[in-house]
Design a binder for this molecule. Structure first.
Ligand SMILES: [Fe+2]
Ligand SMILES: [Fe+2]
Length: 303
């Protein structure tokens, strides 16, 4: 895969130029198969763990990720976990199902980002952390019935990966300015490239015919109240994203610190709790806080 570079000075681009460059960004096979994977794994709960182990064993990278994860989450174990059966026992089917889904997506993305100077490992922690926490946030208001909210959390910032691949010079300059931590990332992106990562990610997912829910999540994850559909999922992604940034878990590439007050006043809360249900919100926040405390050790094991 060859990296395309923009020659000469870094100029702001028009939508036409952005779209024609975007057309060259390869599609990610794992994203295309998300729907299939979701359906295939949806009923995994009913399968015996022996069958699940068999599926995992066929995939060496998944096997090693899984063992790393279980050993880091349960670091107190006197003997490390070395077998898939044991890992399935400790982690439970749900976590394994999620891991099965994210592994190919991450590996695909990593192929796109190898050549860029950016804290990618921390970025994966941000993406996976948002995925895990999105599920926790949405669970406070509804019973999640599939894994789509998890995938929405995982790909919300896909625009940054696409930007790094399609506009490497712009991306490098944006990252250089963002590091100062004084100006919001989306604003810097719009000033330098002409478009922010939310819109770029949405255009990319649209081009590759990903489900509308993922497209809208990418587009509106900073402003869930503006979305005309899927508001609860998108609001959950926004809240998860801000919580991770305020706790400095992983790195989203946006270095402006997020305060606790900003987290509490995020527009997503009003979407999730439209009738100002203060008591329910307080309960939700307390349980999210516990999840946040566990998250760093889970993420260490994953990427
Ligand atoms: Fe974002
Ligand atoms: Fe993010």
């Amino acid at each position: 895969m060859t990296q395309i570079s923009v020659p000469g000075p870094i100029n702001k681009l028009g939508l036409k130029e952005i779209e024609s460059q975007l057309a060259l960004c390869p599609s990610l096979p794992s994203l295309g198969s998300i729907n299939k994977a979701l359906q295939g794994l949806l009923h995994a709960e009913q399968r015996f763990s022996a069958q699940i182990s068999e599926i995992i064993r066929r995939d060496p990278s998944l096997t090693s990720r899984l063992l790393r994860l279980v050993n880091s989450v349960y670091y107190g174990l006197t003997t490390p976990v070395n077998s898939i059966e044991e890992a399935v026992f400790y982690l439970g089917v749900r976590q394994i199902r999620q891991l099965t889904m994210v592994t190919p997506i991450i590996e695909d993305f990593q192929r796109l980002t190898r050549q860029c100077n950016f804290p990618w490992r921390e970025f994966w922690q941000h993406s996976i952390g948002t995925a895990i926490l999105t599920r926790e946030v949405i669970s406070t208001v509804q019973a999640p019935n599939d894994e789509t909210d998890y995938v929405a959390g995982l790909v919300h910032d896909v625009g940054k990966i696409v930007m790094a691949w399609s506009f490497p010079d712009h991306f490098a300059e944006i990252h250089r300015q963002a590091l100062q931590g004084t100006e919001d990332l989306a604003k810097i992106e719009t000033e330098i490239l002409g478009l922010d990562h939310a819109e770029l990610g949405a255009l990319y997912l649209e081009r590759h015919r990903l489900p509308e829910m993922l497209v809208k999540t990418a587009r509106f994850h900073h402003h869930p109240e503006k979305a005309d559909r899927y508001q609860q999922v998108i609001a959950s992604v926004q809240v998860a994203d801000l919580l991770l940034r305020s706790e400095k878990i992983g790195c989203s590439g946006n270095y402006v610190p997020v305060t606790r007050e900003q987290c509490l006043s995020a527009s997503g809360w009003a979407v999730l709790f439209p009738n100002a249900q203060e008591a329910e919100q307080a309960i939700a926040r307390a349980s999210l806080h516990r999840s946040l405390e566990r998250l760093p050790s889970v993420l260490e094991g994953l990427v």
